[in-house]
Ligand binder design. Sequence first.
Ligand code: SAH
Ligand code: SF4
Ligand code: F3S
Length: 684
Amino acid sequence: MASKQISILAKNVFHRAANSSKKTAFQAFSSKTNVSTKTRRKLPDDGITLSKFIASQQPEMSQNEEENLGPVPTSTPLDLYKEEEPLTMKFHLKTYGCQMNVSDSDIIRSILLDEKNNSIQFEETQEEMDADVLLTNTCAIRENAEQKVWHRLKELRAHDSKNPLEKIALVNEEEKKTRYGKKKANKRKRIIGVLGCMAERLKEDMFRDGTADLIVGPDAYRDLPRLINALAPKPTGNTGQQDNQESLKMYEMPQLERALNVELSFDETYADINPVRANPDDVSAFVSVMRGCNNMCSYCVVPFTRGRERSRELESIVREARILFEEENVKEICLLGQNVNSYHDKSESAILARPAVENENSENKRGSYRAGYNMSNDGFSNMFKLRGGAGYYFVDLVEAISDISPELRVRFTSPHPKDYPPELLSLMAERHNVCNHLHMPAQSGSSTVLERMRRGYTREAYLNLIDDVKTLIPDVAISSDFITGFCGETEEEHQDTLSLMDHVAYDQAFMFAYSMRGKTHANRTMEDDVPEDVKSRRLQEVISMFRTRVQERNDEMEVGKLRLVLVEGEAKKKKEGKIRWGGRTDQNKRITFDYKKCWTEENIQPVLSALNQSYPSNPMMRSDLLYQLATSPKVEVQSGDYAVVQVDEARGHVLTGKLLWRASQSMFSEMGLDENSLGLFGSY
Ligand code: SAH
Ligand code: SF4
Ligand code: F3S
């Protein structure tokens, strides 16, 4: 029986690979999973479908018997299967890495929880020790990210070896001996699965030291239920006896000992999957819009772990965002992609809606983007040459999401500086609900390092873009990523990074010491020649430059300002016993404030506009209005509300402030308030 099941699995993988690389997928499954040659049997070559094949293996049953037995698991001998319900397995999912991984974990959760076709049903557990399947969604961006995962896997396996879930007997004693030997035969192991970028990078090497049973890459998550099913020993409902007469629960032999699917895809976007969010009460949600990266920066492993760029259809993204806003109290959508602003929907409907037309000389940039592709400015180039043509671009997508409601905020990450065309910047300036925050990962401030990194821009082009952004979008916050100690980085080149940071004064920065990654261009052609202590010293200098400048900038730009904050809920830190709440400003800065009742915009708005017109010439009217305001009822803000908060202090990039009133995005932007408006209240 078991060998038939393995053939089915192999054939199924082969079918799924038909659109891209048959050979790779088949090899991935069969040769890289330690499936014995005995198990690599072929199905009858008659084009039989999987479901028909399974059905043909089941004995004939009367209608009644079928009802009593419930769904028939394909891998369990019928005479041994006593349970009516499918087996329930608990999975625990831990996520490392970037937001794309967080968003992928929501997809993985959805795939497992929605699983209907197997003999297993899945339930999620937050308790690691309560899980039958331990899944770790991993990151491969730097060596230390991988070290964390190795450490975790080893700890889990070591814990399980000392504390087997239970002692069991396996039905097929003969097979048990050949597969496991005597030692492991009586322990039921938990399935340890490695997902994500590290799984994709290391593939079968992740089976090293027996720390993992299951390896699944970022484009193969649909295959998870089937692979877990094949690895799961299933209880038969019977008990058996060991040599010493101890009575043991009997398990069927799992079909496979190890399983792997690391096939990358040209078109997988999981567009039809409804992500199950880890925290459904969160007022902001990630929506994945594109996957993969074509840029091939010389230091970066992402193109190898995530594959080629592909974009999800605009309509399906808008549909998901609308449901989140209308039905799930989500007030902020963060569009996600490894190169989010390289988004290009080339589907049939997108091409029909935005055909490519020649209007290169158009004066009107805002209208001209529909002709095709524009880059940030003349100093930027694409490493990947095949860009352009008909279809929807990122600006269309941002526009469409911001059209859903003026009360829905739109953000995006992680962008590349090359894809900020003028029309995108204008849209951001025009729309109050497209947040005034741009991530502009510079990586280095030295043109020679940028060239070695293959970033496709110079320091000058980057600085010109920053100038354009600051001119077009007043009040904009800019963040960046930096790498110190890249191959061949001299002290002078490092100083260029410091001077760039000094000049731009970033509002947020993510800074890393360079870590050489296998397969990358740098790995093949350059030497990782900056000593570790120099990398770390430079990193400290970069961090300290960021901290000094962000403090100065926030003291100057934020303190005293009125900011519209999306209230997230109770903040972790409590100050002097008072409850602190927190949220984020339009500029994506975290801000906390004391929780108290506050006025609403409806109370405030008439008073402010009357005061604006009549103060100080009519003091009587002013005091009447303020009395009216003072006696109007106050409300409690909830998470998901917008509120006006006045910033009173900045500690680095984190702000604290005073809660003033509950607001809406549209009215706040129409009121055009600044810190001076508060003077109108006088002592109130
Ligand atoms: N697509 C994004 C970046 C994704 S990776 C972009 O182009 O900006 C996130 C960040 O990790 C990068 O911006 C870079 O600063 C850092 N990073 C990537 N590879 C690295 C490496 N090999 N060593 C150190 N940092 C690295
Ligand atoms: Fe990596 Fe460069 Fe792609 Fe960003 S753009 S993911 S840094 S290769
Ligand atoms: Fe890491 Fe993969 Fe994201 S390498 S940064 S989890 S795309």
